[in-house]
Design a binder for this molecule. Structure first.
Ligand SMILES: *Cc1c(COP(=O)(O)O)cnc(C)c1O
Length: 403
């Protein structure tokens, strides 16, 4: 039988896509067909160096061998059973995530970041219900996802336009401003929710004392603290969870992107005394924590563990810092570096999109976010010479760009 895939040229693929796909994405005129580590190849066989594999999902790069093997094995054994049964991959994954939390978290699984945040929003409200609390404070420049609950939590008006009314009960505070946050708390506030390091908002680190202050505020006012670690989680910042950098213990954490090495999986981890409120009938996800995704996540975590990749993530960040500081010294276009492990924000004095386009011409894949920020979320197992190769290309683009 003839294969129906892997036969089309880039022009043919784009032609079909433009005709049959809804045009809700801005896409580069490239069709990718194969990936390995920090490299991907297009339908014409051209190689690209990828500093943004899978939009942050490819924490081990493209097609990490142990994840590929685990998925192959699992997909031939048991693809999917619903959550009315127990499965080994899901139980083992929950154990990993709980032990790594360091605070005895219990897990719920779903398929994406926005879904993980929906679960967290529901759990926070279920937990607050007895005390008549339902409001949730979130922060300017946050990003929590595209479904209506997570979108309402996302305090960026540009994402709300045209789809109002939003879900009621969300209150927005300026990120980093503990005083203003404190002022917004009232008797009906059940939770504070934030990314410990903002991702889509431009890689924004919390000011000193902010997360600690929010923890103290939540304790004082009987609220739960939710960390959206969809982008920061599972080794990205050099710790399993980014909140480990601050020694602040949340009540609920959400994960997705990197957790299963590129396979779709979302998760919520909550303290048992909070998690108990997610009783049978309150929440569910048909595909959540299915054996294939769970096996991929277990393989991802075990790879990070066995290869010492948390430390490597920190080294990756330091190498990028060294390289980009050298660029910064040569051009006023780079004004600030915001780096924690392999989560890298390069603040530009100009629009970032044209820089991304020029990098693409040089076969280097990077991302623009929040208008003027170059965002890099490289694989944490990227090699030094790959970092150097890409930074050289990026330096050329930046130094030759007329501001
Ligand atoms: C990407 C992202 C989300 C949304 O995840 P999806 O899987 O696209 O739904 C939510 N929160 C943060 C912090 C993210 O970076």
């Amino acid at each position: 039988m003839e294969a129906t895939l892997d036969t089309l040229s880039t022009a043919e693929i784009i032609g079909k896509a433009k005709k049959y796909l809804i045009g809700n994405y801005t896409r580069y005129p490239v069709a990718l067909v194969r990936g390995e580590g920090s490299n991907v190849w297009d339908a014409e066989g051209q190689r690209y160096l990828d500093f943004f594999p899978g939009w942050g999902c490819g924490i081990l790069g493209h097609c990490p061998p142990r994840v590929v093997e685990a998925v192959r094995e699992q997909v031939g054994t048991l693809i999917h059973v619903p959550n009315s049964w127990y499965t080994e991959p899901q139980a083992v994954l929950a154990e990993h995530l709980s032990l790594k939390s360091g605070w005895g978290g219990q897990c719920f699984f779903c398929n994406s970041g926005t879904e993980a945040n929906e679960a967290a929003i529901k759990l926070a409200r279920l937990n607050g219900k007895l005390k008549g609390k339902f409001k949730i404070i979130t922060f300017t420049d946050s990003f929590h996802g595209r479904t209506m609950g997570s979108l309402s939590a996302t305090a960026q008006p540009k994402y709300h336009q045209g789809v109002e009314p939003l879900v009621p009960g969300f209150v927005y505070a300026p990120f980093g401003d503990l005083e203003a946050t404190t002022q917004l708390v009232d008797e009906q506030t059940c939770a504070i929710m934030l990314e410990p390091i903002q991702g889509e908002g431009g890689i924004n680190l919390p000011p000193a004392g902010f997360l600690e202050g929010l923890r103290e505020l939540c304790d004082r006012r009987g609220m739960v603290l939710i960390f959206d670690e969809v982008q920061t989680g599972m080794g990205r910042t050099g710790q399993w969870y980014a909140h480990h950098h601050w020694k602040v213990t949340p009540d609920i954490v959400t994960l997705a992107k990197a957790v299963a090495g590129g396979i779709a999986l979302g998760g919520m981890i909550a303290k048992p005394e909070v998690a108990v409120n997610l009783k049978p009938g309150t929440h569910a996800a048909t595909f959540g924590g299915n054996p294939v995704a769970a096996a991929a996540a277990v393989a991802t975590i075990e790879t990070i563990e066995d290869e010492g990749l948390l430390e490597r993530a920190t080294q990756v960040g330091e190498r990028f810092r060294m390289r980009m500081e050298a660029v910064m010294a040569k051009t006023p276009l780079v004004t600030e570096l915001r780096i924690r492990g392999a989560m890298i924000g390069v603040q530009l004095a100009c629009e970032a999109a044209p820089i991304v386009a020029k990098c693409l011409e040089q076969k280097l894949l990077v991302n623009a976010t929040h208008g003027t920020v170059l965002r890099l979320l490289p694989a944490i197992n990227i090699a030094d010479d790959q970092i150097d190769e890409g930074c050289e290309l990026l330096a050329d683009v930046l130094l030759n760009h007329a501001a």
